[in-house]
Design a protein around this ligand. Structure first.
Ligand code: DGY
Length: 323
């Protein structure tokens, strides 16, 4: 019997067409996130889910579909949108896409750092609004230099390390904190207090878990230097967003944010009216080549799961232990 898969987000036609050649496909094709109730209905009698970070795959959804579901495959390296424990208990392998988006995400972190230190978005708005009327000025829109900065990296997995490598090329001083002991050439590992107190720029590269939720709390933000910059290309939930808004509102800090507590960012978010923020819509992995590699990896996981084979990139390999 042909396997039935549910695709929870719009994907390129060529991808959906090639999946339709092999499987029965139900594909969500609207820009807004698929409602969980619709997902639960579509999952009745389905063998697989192909999803991404805009979809919550809750314990209830997994429990409701567990009898037939053979694999959940996400087009992402982050898996905080999926109830992994529930999937593991139900014996369902979860596939993800590590590695292929490391460089693109590291580039995005650097892009936001430079946009903040050199006030790129603000300058663009200034020119377009007709603000550039005088002659060249020695004091207009002054920024800071990465080469003179201490940059603190919170999380030294593959993306944190790729960011460190890039920063070393810029001549920045790089310090970092990681949950487990790590030695990275040219990087001073420090505790969280030192990271927040010493950095001119802090960039977040940790996964969102119950231990890292709001790791950037009001207290941590208060430890940051006046004028320091917070960069987040990881997950919005790492930061107490209201506390960050308070600091940004006072003008004490700057931020370059690619991810938010709630996505899409609400049109009444106070972040939208703050000059000292650069905002992008969760684009860390958004290059054509990287997105292609992510989809290829996710489809390999999906097909392996449907065939009953081990997923090439599996978040919860313990599901194979008792088979
Ligand atoms: C991920 O992969 O987790 C990113 O957030 C989306 O590319």
């Amino acid at each position: 019997m042909t396997s039935k898969i549910v695709i929870t987000l719009p994907l390129p036609d060529v991808v959906v067409t090639s999946l339709r050649e092999r499987f029965d496909v139900l594909a969500w094709d609207h820009p807004e996130a698929m409602p969980e109730a619709t997902l639960q209905t579509w999952l009745q009698g389905s063998d697989a889910i192909l999803c991404s970070v805009g979809n919550t795959i809750s314990a209830a959804t997994i429990a409701g579909a567990a009898r037939q579901l053979k694999v959940i495959s996400t087009i992402s390296v982050g898996v905080d949108h999926i109830a992994i424990d529930a999937a593991t208990v139900a014996g369902i392998p979860v596939g993800y896409t590590p590695g292929v988006l490391t460089d693109s995400t590291a580039d995005m972190a650097l892009a936001l750092m430079l946009a903040c230190t050199r006030r790129i978005a603000e300058s663009d708005r200034f020119v377009r609004a007709g603000g550039w009327q005088g002659a060249w000025s020695a004091g207009m829109l002054l920024g800071t230099d990465l080469s003179r900065s201490t940059v603190g990296l919170l999380g030294m997995g593959p993306i944190g390390q790729a960011v460190a490598k890039r920063l070393q090329g810029f001549g920045a001083t790089v310090i970092a904190w990681n949950r487990s002991v790590k030695e990275v050439p040219g990087v001073d590992m420090v505790d969280l207090d030192a990271l927040f107190e010493q950095s001119d720029v802090i960039s977040l590269h940790a996964a969102l878990t119950k231990d890292t939720q709001h790791v950037v709390s009001a207290q941590r933000l208060a430890q940051m230097k006046d004028g320091a910059i917070l960069i987040n290309t990881a997950r919005g939930g790492l930061v107490d967003e209201q506390a960050l808004v308070n600091e940004l509102d006072s003008g004490r800090l700057y931020a370059g944010l690619d991810v938010f507590d709630r996505e899409p960012l609400s049109l009444d978010s106070p972040l939208l009216r703050l000059e000292n923020t650069v905002l992008t819509p969760h684009l860390g992995s958004a290059t054509a080549a990287t997105r292609q590699a992510m989809m290829a990896c996710a489809i390999e996981n999906l097909v392996a799961g449907l065939m009953g084979a081990r997923l090439p990139c599996c978040v919860n390999p313990t599901v194979y232990e008792n088979r």
